[in-house]
Write a protein that binds this ligand. Structure first.
Ligand code: NDP
Ligand code: MG
Length: 394
């Protein structure tokens, strides 16, 4: 019986994780589930899995959660303290599926306790890859990738010598606006950006897919997970989203991982690792699919990719700054303050400003420094957004 905890249980990844676990009650014991605003779903999941503890990150929702779980035997907590309590409960496996930099602290706590960390929360790896990886190494804990591309790479590397890897290719669907004329993108709305051609995901990652900030984050994620040089990581636009990633070896072989666009594959692989268990995902019928397409991404359409390469070259706290600026720019786009195309400009200006200040080159292995850079980058991104707004008014 494996003891599992899910951070971000009420989200898209979280719900898929709960789905897989609830199918095998004899194999998994739910320790803690965390959510945010969606109290009804969190309570339903906690009852379904008979969890020990349910936590909402919002302190003011404690009473509501307590009422929703009355008589269930599930313990209830809320706020920062509640989240820390969930992270501290001993578990064998933890799913990190909070969205945003808030996922960093619980993941770190899990690793410090030697818990296997299934990492969907890419933001924490982008902001603090070296810190997480060194915490894993120091405590004999494993970090297992859940992002579909990284799970694909991880699977293609089983039994291989890492030194024989020549390149890694991750694919991108191209997002909601792949076929839009470049000119029309300036007027794209958050609602239009939040529809994905192939995957059903949370709102923020779906918009990040349209701008390719998601792929930009994933480039950095590849570097942090697999320690490969940034120049050896490539992106291909692949509209079908069936090949998730490819690993090229020095003998010229290119190993591709294919699967349907269903996150339960990558989640299930991390849940059952190192074994493979039967999973409720569709099987591909390639004869029916017939053809797969690949093209190089257009840098003018997707400026986020070049920003990621700049961040990888810089190293240090540039990842923390990039992630925070991106989160802030995304909030501003969702809130109607800036346009779709201005998000990249805000992130670029933030990095430019921070490059002229001290601290960006500091190593990303100190939590306080990472959190301080996160805060500073949000301030600088806020200033860049205000400038954009003034320009619009003037
Ligand atoms: P969702 O927005 O669907 O879910 C986010 C979860 O985090 C919810 O449980 C939400 O609670 C909770 N949450 C939100 N803000 C906070 C906060 N500040 N503190 C604590 N909890 C919070 O996101 P996804 O499931 O789409 O994505 C989760 C992570 O996985 C992201 O890092 C994303 O990039 C990554 N990922 C997602 C994929 C996908 O297919 N969805 C694919 C690959 C990676 P509530 O909703 O109750 O308010
Ligand atoms: Mg992905």
């Amino acid at each position: 019986m494996r003891r599992v905890t899910i951070f971000g249980a009420t989200g898209s990844i979280g719900e898929n994780t709960v789905d897989l676990i609830s199918r095998r009650p004899a194999d998994f014991h739910a320790v803690a589930l965390t959510g945010g605003h969606n109290i009804a779903r969190l309570a339903e999941q906690a009852r379904r899995l008979n969890a020990e503890l349910a936590v909402t990150c919002h302190a003011e929702l404690y009473t509501e959660l307590k009422a929703a779980l009355s008589g269930s035997g599930v313990a209830v907590a809320a706020g920062t303290q509640g989240m820390a309590e969930a992270a501290a409960r001993p578990a064998d496996w933890m799913m990190s599926a909070i969205v945003g930099a808030a996922g960093l602290q619980p993941g770190l706590t899990a690793l410090e306790q030697g818990t296997t960390l299934a990492l969907a929360n890419k933001e924490s790896l982008v902001a603090a890859g070296p810190l997480l990886m060194s915490a894993a190494a120091a405590n004999g804990a494993r970090v297992l990738p859940v992002d579909s591309e990284h799970s694909a790479i991880f699977q293609a590397l089983v039994g291989e010598d890492p030194a024989a890897v020549e390149r890694i290719v991750i694919t991108a669907s191209g997002g909601a606006f792949r076929d839009w004329p470049l000119k029309a993108l300036a007027l794209a709305t958050p609602e239009q950006a939040a529809t994905h051609p192939n995957w059903a995901m949370g709102q923020r990652i779906t918009i990040d897919s349209a701008s390719m900030f998601n792929k930009a984050m994933e480039l950095i994620e590849v570097k942090e997970f697999f320690g490969i040089s940034p120049d050896s990581i490539e992106v291909l636009v692949h509209p079908e989203s069936l090949v998730h990633a490819m690993v090229g070896f020095r003998d010229g072989a290119l190993m591709a991982h294919l699967g349907p666009p269903d996150m339960r594959h990558a989640i299930g692989y991390a849940l059952n690792w190192p074994e493979r268990a039967e999973l409720p995902v569709a099987r591909l019928d390639l004869a029916k699919i017939g053809r797969l397409n690949f093209t190089a991404p257009d840098p003018a359409r997707y400026p986020a990719l070049d920003l990621a390469r700049r961040v990888m070259r810089s190293g240090g706290l540039a990842g923390a700054a990039f992630n925070a600026a991106k989160e802030h720019a995304l909030d501003a786009f969702i809130g109607g303050r800036i346009g779709f195309l201005q998000m990249a400009g805000v992130v670029e200006r933030t990095l430019d400003t921070l490059s002229g200040e001290s601290g960006l080159e500091d190593a990303a292995n100190d939590l306080d420094k990472i959190l301080a850079m996160d805060r500073l980058a949000r301030v600088r991104a806020g200033e860049a957004i205000t400038k954009q707004e003034e320009r619009k008014l003037g």
